[in-house]
Design a protein around this ligand. Structure first.
Ligand SMILES: Cc1ncc(COP(=O)(O)O)c(C=O)c1O
Length: 395
């Protein structure tokens, strides 16, 4: 036995995206790159904004003394101040650099936050469908993921939320715009969640954090507004990154922001800084911190994603596939035409199309399409989607 039983089990259950990725490689070997339509991975296809390259050139051509050294574990004060200024302008909350901790991506931010707040056995509420790594992140810190359903529009089921909060609930995790559904939570939904949290905190005499995974915040379409959960609960911890909004997932640059109106923030931030260090991240990448300092208001060109979404959504719904129209991120989450989503995924794979079964996100009966891919991938997949739609009587 080389790895623990638990990890072996997790790898079997939770490796859907990776599995599809590997099957895609095998299919590409067999049929050729251009004959496989891989819609399984959320790896941004667009390039970072030109401003990013300009900054990168500047730091390479004009090295500053000490720019590759350790810095305070929370990150460079100037970068944290720039993040704080951006968040203050957007939310109206009085952020300062003190409320910001720079991290290795959103994954690093989530793990740092969950480690800092969790006692063994604490419950972290996660809405399904969910980004599957959340379950493992909770387990990393001896917390337990408690799954609460959403409604038919993928909005949190508030009654179920209220019922599932216990004296052991340490946090409720929200992700809007959402992976895998693309839905954006409204002000009203967030207000309701905030109200439920304060009611339950009073009932149990506990503190419950709202952890807001904001990684897709800037990817919203049709002028949709993406409200800030941090405005609805004082104990909100924002975890995010520039993996999607600046298309920098390989550079591992993100941050945590703590609500400046939370009276326990000083101790929490000290805990976050400690956890960032002892998790082995130590600090977020120095060069990237220096570069994103001036890019807080920048974003990739989201018009490209909006166009891909519209094209695919219009074609698939015309074929009879049913789905909630995504308002953000770069995923759609249609209903599987047959109950067994893995059988559907196998069927569509016969047409060299790779998608991920909904059960990989805790929602059997659906499948996830990632449309942050080249146009030829989307266009090439249509024939297979249509054949399978006909096979299952959708059109
Ligand atoms: C919902 C969600 N949260 C967090 C992450 C992790 O982001 P990062 O690459 O910045 O760690 C992802 C990555 O796809 C994601 O989809």
């Amino acid at each position: 036995m080389t790895v623990s039983k638990k990890i072996k089990k997790y790898m079997t259950e939770g490796g859907w995206i990776r599995k599809m990725f590997e099957e895609g490689i095998a299919l590409k070997k067999k049929y050729g790159e251009r004959n496989v339509f891989d819609l399984s991975l959320g790896n941004p296809i667009v390039e970072p904004p030109e401003q990013f390259r300009k900054e990168l050139r500047d730091w390479a051509n004009n090295p500053r003394p000490g720019m590759h050294r350790y810095m305070p574990n929370a990150g460079y004060p100037e970068t944290r101040a720039a993040v704080a200024a951006h968040l203050s302008a957007k939310t109206g909350l009085p952020f300062t650099a003190n409320e910001i901790v720079m991290t290795c991506g959103a994954a690093g931010a989530l793990n740092t936050a969950l480690k800092a707040i969790s006692e063994p056995g604490d419950e972290i509420i996660i809405f399904s469908p969910y980004f599957s790594e959340y379950i493992y992140y909770a387990d990393n810190h001896q917390a337990v993921a408690k799954i609460v359903p959403t409604d038919r529009l993928f909005m949190p089921d508030l009654k179920a939320l209220e019922k599932n909060i216990t004296a052991r609930t340490k946090a409720v995790l929200v992700n809007s715009p959402n992976n895998p559904t693309g839905v954006v939570y409204s002000n009203k939904t967030l207000q309701d969640i905030g109200n439920i949290l304060s009611k339950k905190e009073k009932q149990y005499g506990t503190e419950i954090y709202l952890v807001s995974d904001d990684v897709y915040r800037k990817l919203v379409y049709d002028g949709v507004e993406c409200p800030y959960p941090i405005q609805y609960h004082p104990r909100t911890i924002v975890t995010t990154s520039h993996s999607k909004d600046l298309a920098l997932p390989g550079e591992r640059i993100g941050y945590i922001a703590v609500n400046p109106q939370y009276d326990g923030r000083e101790e929490l931030i000290n805990g976050l800084v400690f956890c960032n260090r002892v998790l082995g991240f130590v600090n977020a990448p120095a060069l990237m911190q220096n570069i994103v300092k001036s890019l807080q208001d920048a974003s990739v060109d989201i018009a490209q994603y909006a166009r891909k979404r519209d094209f695919l959504y219009n074609n698939l719904t015309e074929m009879g596939y049913s789905m909630v129209k995504p308002q953000g991120a770069f995923y759609m989450f249609p209903k599987s035409p047959i109950e067994d989503d893995t059988a559907f995924v196998r069927e569509i794979q016969k047409h060299n199309i790779l998608v991920v079964p909904g059960r990989g996100f805790g929602a059997p009966g659906y499948f996830r399409i990632s449309y942050c891919v080249d146009d030829w991938v989307i266009e090439g997949s249509l024939k297979g989607f249509k054949t399978v739609a006909k096979e299952y009587g959708l059109c």
